[in-house]
Design a binder for this molecule. Structure first.
Ligand SMILES: Cc1ncc(COP(=O)(O)O)c(C=O)c1O
Length: 459
């Protein structure tokens, strides 16, 4: 029998893609200030901007929407979600919120004070921003290998345990809790091993610190453990996920990833005293504790999504899709981060366009050119997104200048992905004809979202 790992679903509802021409896309990009965030969705043929909130829901999730209970308090849909979430996240108290950053905002407004420092394997940008918003400082302690795109490591998302130990020895009194992000989005969607999570947990115990897990992609991370870590081959992915999540005192969760929904999030914990404080604040910002800013139907869809996401055949297909793209690009010598992550692949813009200096933003050139040539939308996560200016206005660039191609769940087929890989390869073959970009308008924060650009040289 063929070993081809086909998509484990049939397509029942389709959304047509508007096929555009190069000329149209060039005009649209000019109007968008050469920033793909300013394009309309219809102007994009294959949209790999994010995997967040872009999942295709199953027919069971659509059915759950129809039976959502919209009661203000004690909704049946909340009770269903609570039951599923308690089982997976291994916590007694489940607080719904409208998305992941609302969980972060709520939790940090209670736990983080001025001058605190929060170590992590890699804070996501909203996590870091919410820590800073409460006067704290996000600290990233990734492995050395995480900053080298061509160094392969099965768990490149791990935290550096030695660095954590030294950090807590030096700054322990300023640390209210330690965080782990699984998988590590900022570090390339790379997984964190169970051995590493256990080691972080042990260090937390030694220094009497709580462990908070950002579990957005808990299912993908658990499946990597099953596939890559010795000793876990025989456990089900669900059992691995439960083992991982039971090590956390508190969990923040964006349902827009591994709950396969378009909106929703959770905060999960066992500490009743803390939960009381959180629920009181929740009423002010999100809503009553049994709906947390969501409609009953959203809670129902999230419950069903959580039931589906740990299907190992789905996870095999999910991880293989990214791996297949990375293999394809790697064999064609395109500078892609290895090994494959769980929700996205990342290109190294610096090596893609070695002739474009960092201050002419090779990542923006890559994203803009690929869109204009092929109608594919990706996102720059490098010199523009994470770059800063010093007090004299000089650029401070991050260690890695990446472009991310994130895969919405259950949305695109292999042919779409093949088209993306071929388009990237063609652009790479013609790389010398591409020139850099400069700011037309530079946004003060999170520059990749709101800045506009102008191409340098002739177009
Ligand atoms: C690791 C991680 N944490 C938190 C968030 C925030 O979640 P949300 O977009 O639902 O607010 C994201 C979103 O992409 C993420 O990737």
């Amino acid at each position: 029998m063929s070993t081809v790992l086909f998509e484990p679903f049939r397509i029942k509802v389709v959304e047509p893609i508007r096929i555009s021409s190069k000329e149209e896309r060039f005009e649209w990009m000019k109007q968008a200030g050469f920033n793909v965030f300013n394009l309309t969705a219809e102007q994009v043929m294959i949209d790999l901007l994010t995997d967040s909130g872009t999942s295709a829901m199953s027919h069971d999730q659509w059915a759950a929407l129809q039976s959502g209970d919209e009661s203000y308090a004690g909704s049946k849909s909340f009770l269903e979600l609570e039951e599923v979430a308690k089982d997976i996240f291994q916590k007694d108290i489940i607080i719904p919120v409208h998305q992941g950053r609302a969980a972060e905002h709520l939790l940090f407004s209670v736990l983080v004070s001025e001058g605190d420092m929060i170590p992590s394997n890699g804070h996501f940008d909203t996590t870091g921003a919410n820590i800073e918003d409460n006067g704290g400082e996000p600290i990233n302690l990734p492995l050395e290998a995480a900053s080298k795109i061509s160094v392969s490591h099965p768990f490149k998302g791990n935290m550096d345990i030695e660095k954590l130990r030294v950090f807590l020895t030096d700054n322990g009194s300023k640390v209210p809790f330690v965080m782990l992000t699984i998988s590590n989005n900022t570090g390339g969607g790379q997984p964190v091993s169970l051995e590493n999570i256990e080691a972080v947990h042990a260090v937390c115990q030694e220094f009497s610190k709580e462990l908070v897990i950002d579990a957005c992609r808990f299912a993908e991370n658990a499946h990597f453990i099953k596939k890559r870590e010795k000793g876990y081959e025989e456990l089900s992915t669900k059992e691995i996920a439960q083992k991982v999540l039971s090590l956390a005192s508190i969990i923040t969760f964006s349902g827009k990833k591994d709950a396969l929904v378009n909106i929703g999030g959770l905060l999960c914990l066992n500490n009743e005293e803390l939960a009381e404080k959180l629920k009181n604040r929740l009423i002010v910002t999100e809503g009553f504790a049994t709906y947390g800013g969501l409609a009953g139907r959203d809670l129902a869809a999230m419950a069903q999504g959580l039931r589906e996401v740990l299907d190992e055949r789905y996870l095999d297909y999910r991880l293989r899709t990214i791996e297949w793209s990375v293999e394809r690009l790697y064999e064609r010598k395109v500078p892609v981060m290895i090994p494959a992550g769980g929700h996205a692949f990342y290109l190294d813009s610096k090596s893609f366009f070695p002739h474009i200096p960092p201050e002419h933003f090779p990542g923006i050139a890559l994203v803009a050119e690929l869109y204009m040539r092929a109608g594919v939308r990706a996102v720059e996560l490098g010199n523009v997104a994470f770059g800063k200016r010093d007090s004299l206005g000089n650029n401070i660039f991050p260690p890695l200048d990446l472009v991310r191609f994130a895969f919405p769940r259950r949305v695109y087929t292999q042919a779409h992905i093949e088209y993306v890989a071929d388009s990237i390869t063609e652009l790479y073959e013609e790389r010398e004809s591409v020139q850099g970009y400069a700011f037309e308008h530079e946004a003060p924060v999170m520059r990749h979202f709101r800045s506009t650009f102008r191409p340098l040289g002739s177009m």
